[in-house]
Design a protein around this ligand. Structure first.
Ligand SMILES: Cc1ncc(COP(=O)(O)O)c(C=O)c1O
Length: 429
């Protein structure tokens, strides 16, 4: 059995290998092949780390050339040519065209490092320990990130997760008739609400792991206002829905707001591990070396990231392509919801992240397994794992989007037929 060694030696904590039980061997852009040569279309993109695709040829060429020329691999936070080029490209292609002024802080290479850093600097600058986050938010697995992550699956009392956090209702958490912004303003302004003034409010503008919950533009604008009014820092966690996922580079651009702090990771490294915190210059109150980490700034990722930024973000061609692709994804999601209206409660999404919420979560795991057997890698989201989530690489072709959705539709059909047959058999017994 090809997976025996994992079963024997790898921790029980392994997760995705259970959903996708094969030995993957090769990948190119939006396709993956296993060791037997079976091909899969990728609607998962490494949980958002592969927006520019697997083994993107331009990125690979630059990384290979860098290695062949003995470019600096590891340098903590020393100055390197690769890092200089990344900063230059990020400022030129991302910050300047959007009129954004941020200092860049490189942190350890995973998203949770960026969140820990954001929490720390926000608390330090404001001199307050409380932080607010939202119901269904997901921010990572280290202790600070966990303290602002809702899903109880990841929590256990014994972890000693630090306190000083409050979770408040996200947009539409209580249905579209309840104004959660009004609630937030009320508790912040009321000395008797029992809510301490937070240093920061942390949010995903589109909750990804939480079930593809898209915050409305007006809601985001009002949240920005609240933060100004109460002198609270607004931290946008763009780790999953930044880097073009929402249809533009940052997910908050659609609301015309500027967060005080932004966390980026996943695809910022062009497929290589990298994590970054953007700070309004006046918040950069660190003293030299005060927040460190051995793997701050991964030079291979700098090389990959620079190519990604120069290739896809130097003008608006990519954004226009994304608009067309996201229209197609939305249309295919609508078709799915129409065809299986008895089973799908709602579809939600924006840009290149979409979800279909099913009434029966058990159906979903069967559908994902069937889709995988038929050559599609697709994942679930939501507190109850009741949402099927499209998160294909942004460079995926329209042909592959269509092929993937055809597989998904037929997987739903197969599972429903199987369930009906099973029910029929049980009724006959
Ligand atoms: C919005 C968001 N924040 C933070 C994280 C944590 O990132 P990492 O798993 O790289 O630590 C994730 C991971 O999925 C995420 O989706």
């Amino acid at each position: 059995m090809p997976l025996e060694i994992f079963n024997q030696y790898e921790s029980e904590v392994r997760g995705y290998i259970r959903s996708f039980p094969t030995l993957f061997a090769k990948s190119k852009m939006a396709e993956i092949w296993d060791v037997d040569g079976k091909r899969y279309i990728d609607f998962f993109a490494g949980a958002g780390a592969l927006n520019y695709g697997h083994n993107n040829p331009k990125i690979n060429a630059a990384v290979i050339e860098y290695l062949q020329n003995d470019g600096i691999g590891h340098a903590l936070d020393m100055g390197t040519v690769a890092k200089r080029d990344f900063i230059t490209s990020f400022v030129k292609n991302i910050l300047k065209p959007r009129n954004l002024d941020y200092k860049l802080q490189f942190v350890g290479p995973t998203g949770t490092n960026a969140i820990e850093t954001a929490l720390k600097i926000a608390r330090k600058v404001k001199g307050r320990k409380q932080v607010m986050s939202f119901t269904n938010g997901f921010h990572g697995m280290s202790m600070g990130s966990l303290s602002i992550t809702g899903n109880s699956f990841y929590h256990d009392d014994s972890y000693g997760v630090p306190g000083y956090t409050t979770q408040v209702p996200f947009h539409n958490y209580l249905g579209d008739k309840v104004d959660t912004i009004a609630y937030l303003r009320k508790i912040l302004g009321d000395d008797s609400s029992g809510t301490e003034l937070p240093a920061a409010i942390v949010l995903e503008t589109i909750q990804a792991e939480g079930g593809i919950n898209v915050a409305g533009v007006d809601w985001l604008k009002s949240l920005r206002e609240i933060c100004y009014d109460f002198d609270i820092l607004l931290v946008v966690d763009d780790i999953q829905v930044g880097n073009g996922r929402s249809g533009n580079f940052f997910s908050f651009e659609r609301a015309g707001i500027q967060p005080d702090i932004v966390t980026l990771s996943k695809s910022i490294g062009g497929g290589h591990p990298m994590s970054l915190v953007l700070l309004k210059p006046e918040l950069d109150k660190w003293s030299p070396g005060e927040h460190s980490g051995t793997f701050r700034g991964n030079n291979l990722a700098f090389v990959a990231a620079t190519v990604a930024l120069d290739t896809y973000w130097a003008d608006d061609t990519f954004v226009k392509e994304l608009q067309l692709k996201s229209q197609l994804v939305e249309k295919r999601m609508q078709d799915l919801a129409f065809r299986f209206a008895d089973h799908i409660r709602e579809i939600r999404g924006l840009g290149m992240i979409w979800g279909a919420e099913f009434k029966d979560p058990e159906l979903i795991s069967a559908i994902c397994s069937q889709a995988f057997a038929d050559g599609l890698v697709i994942e679930t989201a939501g507190a109850a794992d009741d949402v099927i989530k499209f998160l294909g690489p942004l460079i995926i072709t329209e042909a592959l989007i269509n092929e993937g959705f055809d597989i998904l539709e037929s997987a739903v059909e197969k599972v429903l037929i199987r369930n009906r047959t099973q029910e029929g058999k049980e009724a006959a017994q």
